[in-house]
Design a protein around this ligand. Structure first.
Ligand code: PMP
Length: 445
């Protein structure tokens, strides 16, 4: 595969940007793949290579690189009317009404510019609303580049996971293992009266894709109710991807107090949002007293792209298509693993998929999980599924990037470059793309 141009661009970028990139996850080895343009479910890189793209911008691109006509014309008409004003526009209300109509927990919504900004604001909101400081998070979970959640360790012994975060901040964050009801109960018994919120993704999407066990979110819901804490679902990845327009919370039937969104809700443009009951969300200024503000928030081009994208999804077979291809990939890769690589586990649901290189070869492949299963723990393949961030962290992370990811790229498939980030099907992907991808997996595995 040619890559001279990507190498040249990387060389230039290194002189003026730290690590040559604007988001660390893009710094793939030996140098990043610079993209020239998108085309349907594919990207064409700077050297002219065409790759089937399952990175999908790390999640926002429900339509791949081909936006429906209605989305394109809304973007263009808003951009050509002058990009933004510092005053409200009607399309912000359109999108807020859409979200409130479809997502069970949402009556009121504040738009911001990224998933990080959404979770930062949600944490401030929870602290301001409850008058408490402590936030329970899941070990291995990711909620953006924010001080409260960039921590490692365990409840009572958490420490910053990066230089630049004061130890005093980490003191207020209580990390527990996902899917461990006992650990959740214990953390509430010890700190319950100081806990402002539990912040979790409904499905861990930044650590190899980990599904919740039956009853886990219900337990979190009950504990939050008992102790007067808020339950925050971070649906930055799962929002408008898992469970269709009702999001993962509708699918699982557990309603959080606050939901954070990003990615798809902006139709591919920078976005975040914090939604919840009117009573809680109206704690934000100017309705309430918890300060929240932003020059670009509710940007008209983003709002138009988000609104038209979600409206198109409501009126067409979008989720049917992306979920069918997701299932086809998970089943196909599972079969290949069964044959060639039984120690690898396929995980995911709806339009999300990943292969986690975690497991000892099971005695019988019947015990190995193909992902997407909502029947845990009764599923016969349950034993080999990752159940928390620690299970995925013990995977062969180096092998993923240095060997497997490179090999798939050689085969013309662009996957997320580390073990932890998930991959996505889009409305632009075709059955032919999936078949070619399975051939590539066969070669690479
Ligand atoms: N929360 C979750 C669950 C995420 O997956 C991400 C990003 N991958 C974020 C928050 C942060 O979003 P952003 O990168 O838009 O700041």
């Amino acid at each position: 595969m040619r890559d001279e141009r990507s190498r040249e661009l990387y060389d230039r970028a290194l002189s003026v940007m730290p690590g040559g990139v604007n988001s660390s996850v893009r710094a793939t080895m030996p140098y990043p793949l610079f993209v020239e343009r998108g085309d349907g479910g594919h990207v064409i890189d700077a050297d002219g290579n065409r790759l089937i793209d399952y990175v999908m911008g790390y999640g926002p691109l429900l339509y791949g690189h081909d936006l429906p006509d209605s989305v394109q014309s809304a973007i263009q008409s808003h951009a050509s009317a002058g990009p933004m004003y510092g005053a409200p526009t009607e399309v912000e209300i359109d999108l807020a009404e859409f979200v409130a109509r479809h997502v069970p927990s949402v009556e009121s919504v504040r738009f911001v510019n990224s998933g990080t900004e959404a979770t930062v604001s949600a944490v401030r909101l929870a602290r301001g609303y409850t008058g408490r400081d402590k936030i329970v998070v899941m070990q291995g979970g990711y909620h953006g580049a924010q001080e409260t959640t960039l921590v490692d360790g365990e409840a009572g012994d958490a420490h910053p996971s990066t230089p630049g975060v004061p130890q005093e901040f980490a003191r207020h964050t209580l990390p527990i293992p996902f899917n461990d009801e006992e650990a959740a109960q214990e953390v509430f018994e010890e700190y319950g009266d100081d806990i402002a919120a539990v912040l979790t993704e409904p499905i861990l999407g930044n650590t190899g894709i980990v599904m919740p066990e039956d009853g886990y979110h219900e337990t979190l819901r009950d504990l939050c109710d008992d102790y007067g804490s808020l339950l925050i679902f971070d649906e930055v990845i799962t929002g408008f991807r898992v469970g269709g327009l009702q999001c993962a919370q509708g699918e699982f039937g557990v309603t959080p107090d606050v939901t954070t969104f990003g990615k798809i809700v902006g139709g591919g443009f920078p976005v975040g949002a914090i939604g919840g009951t009117a009573e809680i969300i109206e704690s934000f200024t100017p309705a309430g007293e918890v300060f929240q503000s932003g020059t670009f928030s509710g940007h008209p081009v983003t709002m138009a792209a988000g609104y038209e994208s979600l409206t198109y999804a409501a009126e067409n077979d979008v989720y049917e298509h992306v979920n069918r291809l997701g299932e086809k990939l998970r089943e196909g890769i599972t079969e290949i693993c069964e044959d060639q690589a039984p120690e690898y586990t396929v995980v995911g649901t709806d339009s999300m998929f990943k292969t986690v290189f975690t497991r000892e070869a099971p005695e019988s492949f019947e015990n190995s999980c193909s992902g997407g299963c909502r029947q845990r723990p009764t599923c016969p393949r349950y034993e080999t599924c990752p159940k928390n961030g620690g299970d995925v962290a013990s995977a062969q992370t180096d092998r993923w990037e240095r060997v497997f990811w490179q090999e798939m790229r050689e085969q013309g498939v662009f996957l997320t470059a580390n073990q932890f980030e998930c991959q996505f099907t889009s409305y632009a992907h075709t059955d032919e793309d999936v078949e070619k991808t399975l051939e590539a997996y066969k070669e690479a595995l």
